[in-house]
Design a protein around this ligand. Structure first.
Ligand SMILES: NC(=O)c1ccc[n+]([C@@H]2O[C@H](COP(=O)([O-])OP(=O)(O)OC[C@H]3O[C@@H](n4cnc5c(N)ncnc54)[C@H](O)[C@@H]3O)[C@@H](O)[C@H]2O)c1
Length: 326
């Protein structure tokens, strides 16, 4: 870590979430002060959020507020009580499918909450605002051979989740233009690793294998996906915090695709157990191959994802077994 962050206080929203936890832990390890905010909501098991948050509470340079960012007054109080240098905004209602069931959760956290926090950045004169966007903004785009690129138009989202993430990018542009706020948006591509999200594919596949349930593989297991290990994502976030560009958007992905069938093999090997696979045809609207073009992040952030899927899956399963006492 470079000197740019030394003695700084960084507000990490969503600090009890998967990416927020790992980002906070890395910053705390480096002696940086972290103000964590999280509502600890029950979109998935809050025990996992408390488990992560309790690890962070062991650090003396961590201060935690259980606050819902959609509540503007509660949020303002945190900024009044603390001198904050930079914001790393990761709190959001995540998940593509859930946005079909509960659209208002996305409105509340990803739109109202986003406006509340960026308003605090403006009103409390915080110069640097780093926030999570998502690869889902690429929506219906037809991917080029070189992968999804930040220059592609992203005007055709296919979920409310993606729509709110694209809206965040537009709001950030607005605040940069009007108030000179330095804004960097990070489009993450399927992040995985220890203490990962229970609603995401790798965790779900693992649960299914452990519980002898059928594992459905669409396109006969030949879907190609860009899985990005958490430590590489944290590295990209921290480099963004160090650089604080005026206004940028970066893809953060591994930029290498793996077949979902191969992922299942890796999970089987780490678990010592065979999956009950059901091969199915590709579903309407699904795309065979998606991955990030990361040349911009390589050039401007010196972003170099290092973790091979074999190593990452092993680390995830080791954690999973420990956490679930298997
Ligand atoms: N994990 C991925 O693969 C991925 C991919 C693309 C984008 N993202 C984005 O990255 C960010 C972090 O994702 P994650 O995987 O760690 O998800 P997560 O759900 O584990 O973490 C988000 C955290 O934010 C908190 N939160 C939600 N709404 C809140 C509110 N209104 N007020 C306060 N706290 C609230 C949740 O309790 C949770 O702990 C999110 O913005 C997500 O949309 C993640």
């Amino acid at each position: 870590m470079k000197n740019e962050l030394k003695d700084k206080t960084i507000l990490v929203s969503g600090s009890a979430g998967f990416i927020g936890f790992h980002t906070s832990q890395k910053l705390l390890e480096e002696g940086i002060n972290v103000i964590g905010i999280d509502s600890l909501n029950d979109y998935y098991d809050p025990n996992l959020k408390n488990y992560r948050n309790n690890i962070l509470k062991e650090y003396s340079n961590y201060k935690f507020y259980q606050v819902d960012i959609s509540q503007a007054e509660d949020l303002k109080k945190i900024f009044t009580e603390n001198k904050i240098d930079k914001i790393c905004h990761l709190a959001a209602q995540a998940g593509v499918r859930y946005s079909l069931q509960n659209p208002s959760a996305y409105h509340q956290s990803n739109l109202q909450g986003f406006i509340n926090i960026i308003e605090c950045a403006r009103n409390f004169n915080i110069k640097d605002f780093i926030y999570a966007s998502s690869s889902s903004v690429y929506g219906k785009n037809k991917m080029k051979e070189s992968g999804f690129s930040e220059e592609d138009s992203v005007d055709h989202p296919i979920s409310l989740y993606a729509t709110t993430k694209k809206a965040n990018e537009l709001i950030a542009h607005n605040y940069h233009h009007l108030f000179g706020l330095n804004c960097t948006g990070l489009r993450f591509f399927t992040v995985y690793g220890p203490s990962g999200r229970p609603d995401m594919a790798m965790y779900l596949f693992t649960n299914e294998i452990i519980n002898n349930q059928e594992v459905k593989l669409f396109n006969y297991g030949k879907m190609l996906r860009d899985f990005t290990y958490i430590d590489d994502i944290v590295d990209g976030i921290i480099k963004s915090l160090e650089k604080s560009y005026a206004y940028e958007i970066f893809n953060l992905g591994n930029s290498q695709t793996i077949e979902v069938k191969y992922l299942i093999e890796l999970l089987e090997n780490s678990l010592g157990k065979k999956a009950k696979i059901k091969l199915e045809a590709i579903q309407p609207g699904d795309v065979e191959k998606t991955f990030a073009n990361i040349s911009k992040a390589e050039r401007m952030l010196d972003f170099k994802p290092k973790t091979k899927i074999e190593e990452g899956v092993k680390n995830f399963i080791n954690w999973y077994k420990k956490y679930h006492k298997i």
